[in-house]
Ligand binder design. Sequence first.
Ligand code: NDP
Length: 680
Amino acid sequence: MPDTSALTAVHSFAAGRWIPPGSGARVIHSAVTGEPLYSAGSDAPDAAAMLGWATDKGGPALRAMTFHDRARMVKALALWLKEHRQVLCNLSFDTGATQKDHLIDVDGGIGTMLVFASKGRREMPAGQVYIDGAAEQISRTGTFMGQHIAMPLQGVAVQINAFNFPVWGMLEKLAPALIAGVPSIVKPATATSYVTEACVRLILQSGLLPEGTVQLITGGTGNLLDHLGGQDVVSFTGSAETALKLRSNPRLLAGATRFTAEQDSLNASVLGTDAGPGTQEFDLFVKEVHREMTVKAGQKCTAIRRVMVPERHVDAVISALSGRLAETTVGDPRLDTTDMGALVSQEKKNDVLEKCTQLSKEAERVFGDPDSFSVMGENTRNGAFLPPMLFHCAAPDDAVHLHNTEAFGPVATVMGYRDTDHAARLLNRGKGSLVASVFTGDPEVAREITLASASFHGRLYFNNRTSMTEATGHGAPLPHMIHGGPGRAGGGEELGGVRGVLHYMQRTAIQGSPDIISGITGQWMPGTTQDRSKPHPFTRSFGDLVPGDTLTAGPRRITTDDIETFAHFTGDTFYAHMDEEAAAANPFFPGRVAHGYLLLSFAAGMFVQPDPGPVLANTGLDNLRFMTPVIPGDVITVTLTVKAKTPRTEDYGEVRWHVKLTNGEDATVAEYDLLTMNAV
Ligand code: NDP
């Protein structure tokens, strides 16, 4: 047992208490200098106490809030972390990460929280029940219906993270779990746990989260997983080997505990057949492969490991890439001149070297020599540095390691392909990846790759001269888009906007009468009781409106004169409105019919209350359908019902109105949702 008294202690935070490292603590060395800096790893956590604290305190407090409350909380937390980001950046240098790398980990994590916060407010209800899709009419007369909803799980989200993103790795899972309403227990990889610990301290110091919402385990998880059940989620990022071990836990299997894994991935990038030397796509491709090899010293789950190039361009690609790699300065990440920092530890460096030995059996190293390269900076002799290393495999069809071995460092292998079909087959040899990119200006190439290979990847990224200035990069998982992949990549899915929140929720089908369904969801739906007893809804403020409040206006008779006037005023003299004979020949119409837009305009004319009042603006129509044609002489009536309300600011909120137009025979002429902004 080494003497760790001089080292900074990395604590756990369990059931409301900070717990120092215990008997089995590990020493963490600087990736840059090799100096011992921290001791981390508390004794086995008291799983029952941690889970109890989360489920008795954190869960109920979060679930008492609405989606919007939680989204606002996540936004405030992100802004707090942004204010204090430098603390995290300063600590992160010793993980080997450069200033540019911090932009991905620290700023990327905060940015992800902000996107989730925004989506939570824009795409989720202001209540506690998430409505998933449209209501299903499952009875003939509409007295019995179905609706899918989603509710927060009542357990804990246990996140077990990899060493490479100590901040982003936590925040990208924390944000959706918080918005869902589920407390988290975070277990970072020990090697970089001191950065995560600092982030958790900041989170707790903010005072923004209810007690019991976030706990931290540094070191082993003890028997925590043996205490989990069907209301809990395990989200894992790391090696396939650990994922397999953890997901095979009998207790997790017996309790059908959700287990999401994001693990090894042999991501690839393809240079399209149309993108030879001299094209912008060729230059983009070379730049992207170089970036993916060197950012975070290649320790990125999405980094490009396999570089696929039309056979005739292999030499040109190797030469262009080697040129760029030769200009890459490896060194102390604190130096402004450094392009690529260190690997996280000597152990991981050795692991990469061992994987390179395996690759060497099938590929020739064409750039980078781990035994001879320069490292900038003082006191870096014992740092975990490697040069970027490029391999070339001449026979990728016969190779095995190439498609199965993830060297988690600045390592990539170039291979030639004969045609697009061959490229897709090589892509699929990775047995499932997080992302594959294709550099092409030819939609046919993109479509061919998509048809042959999309099912093998969580994300397909296409880039060319049109998108290059705004494209976000092969390696950047975006909070809006899903992150994860099939097969070797773990079979899991994270992020993807509201999809990511739903991973922490249970989808439930509810069935019953419209009033019952509406009572649960807080939304009016067709068939639910309508209240016509109150004053005109346009005279009442946002806060006074209740779903179900209804106004019926009309009837109004539609005349030929109305149709003629509208046609000439707007210029819409389409034959169906103007030519009796031609209209009658159309299978949809009995003869001349009123314009749909004329009916909408008359509907507004019937239901508005014209005086200045709480209705501020008409912001749009959704789901508009014209169902029955209206001929001259028909009468129309309009029914306006408050369907749902969404607060937007302290001053106003969005009202979604259901609008239905009927004719004299009570047939539905048109139906739509009208959106207005109303003062509170
Ligand atoms: P590991 O699988 O070793 O560790 C991942 C996480 O699991 C760490 O937090 C680790 O904690 C934890 N862990 C390990 N064993 C257990 C256990 N028995 N119970 C509970 N938690 C456990 O992966 P690494 O992060 O060390 O990376 C190893 C390899 O994984 C890389 O070289 C790379 O190939 C791959 N990887 C892939 C990623 C991807 O997304 N594609 C991302 C990162 C890594 P502790 O650190 O304390 O052991």
